[in-house]
Design a protein around this ligand. Structure first.
Ligand SMILES: [Zn+2]
Length: 277
């Protein structure tokens, strides 16, 4: 069977555009924000559209909702916990299978340990009530007063999670690079994988966000570019997805706004890598 990839899809007024677009691009999964990033409004489709969204989506085995960036569960004040609950509620109605969450800022907490505890304390009651959707924690680009840039942060979080079976992890290649991990050299990449094995475990990795960036390693700047064009380049990205430990993990691209033709070309290139004998 041909290996396929997923893509983050933008929507404006109509979240129904997302599965329609995913179908056109022959994807096996899709991801979108559950809160419209232009209007700031959470998706609230009518009952008819909910049914239609579920119907259009059922052929995609994984449907990722991406949480808004203003949810930072480890932040002392304005953590966005209520917002997260609302987004999960909407995502469940729409039949999403996963919700991607950045651990994010811990402004106001004295230490990472304290922040990880607070993060878990806010997430645990939410996890308790979850049944149809998994929470996927993603590594992030940022460093100071942020959780989830350092791979070992996930271990700190997991220590306080009461329902570990409801949580998985997503590795974002561009975030790892700008955070400071060396994915380019073979030795650096082996060290990165060792960190992942030690602190998360490969079996917990549910998804790879296969992304590239023009920003330098260690810059902590979260800005994606067209795949293959950035600091990582196709050679490094291909090495990552072909690695025996990672090769069965689903892939999803988060591209910047590109011409439709460019987007198709990138998807074709990645599929080419995946399906090379
Ligand atoms: Zn990502």
């Amino acid at each position: 069977m041909l290996k396929k990839v997923g893509l983050h899809i933008r929507w404006n007024d109509r979240i129904l555009d997302v599965p329609e677009q995913a179908e056109k691009l022959d994807l096996n999964s899709f991801q979108c924000f559950i809160t419209c990033q232009t209007t700031g409004k959470i998706a609230s489709p009518c009952q008819k559209d909910i049914v239609l969204f579920n119907k259009l989506s059922e052929k995609f085995n994984r449907r990722y909702a991406h949480c808004s960036y203003w949810v930072n569960l480890a932040k002392k004040l304005r953590s966005g916990t209520r917002m997260l609950e609302k987004e999960i509620n909407a995502a469940e109605k729409l039949g999403f299978t996963h919700l991607i969450l950045h651990p994010g800022s811990f402004k106001g907490s004295a230490s990472k340990e304290e922040a990880a505890k607070l993060f878990a304390r806010r997430l645990n009651p939410i996890l308790k009530n979850l049944d149809s959707i998994k929470i996927v924690l993603e590594n992030i680009a940022h460093g100071s007063e942020n959780l989830g840039g350092e791979i070992s942060d996930f271990k700190l979080i997991f220590e306080h999670i009461k329902y570990p079976e409801k949580i998985e992890v997503c590795l974002d290649t561009a975030h790892a690079h700008v955070y400071g991990y060396d994915l380019l050299s073979d030795e650096g990449f082996s060290n990165f994988l060792r960190e992942v094995k030690k602190n998360i475990g490969i079996s917990k990795i549910a998804l790879i966000h296969l992304n590239d960036t023009f920003e330098a390693r260690g810059s902590k700047i979260d800005k994606h570019c067209g795949l293959g064009l950035g600091e990582l380049g196709y050679e490094c990205l291909n090495k990552i997805i072909q690695n025996p430990l990672l090769q069965n993990i689903p892939l999803l691209l988060e591209l910047p706004v590109l011409e439709p033709e460019e987007e198709k070309e990138i998807l074709k290139r990645v599929r080419g890598f995946l399906n090379k004998e």
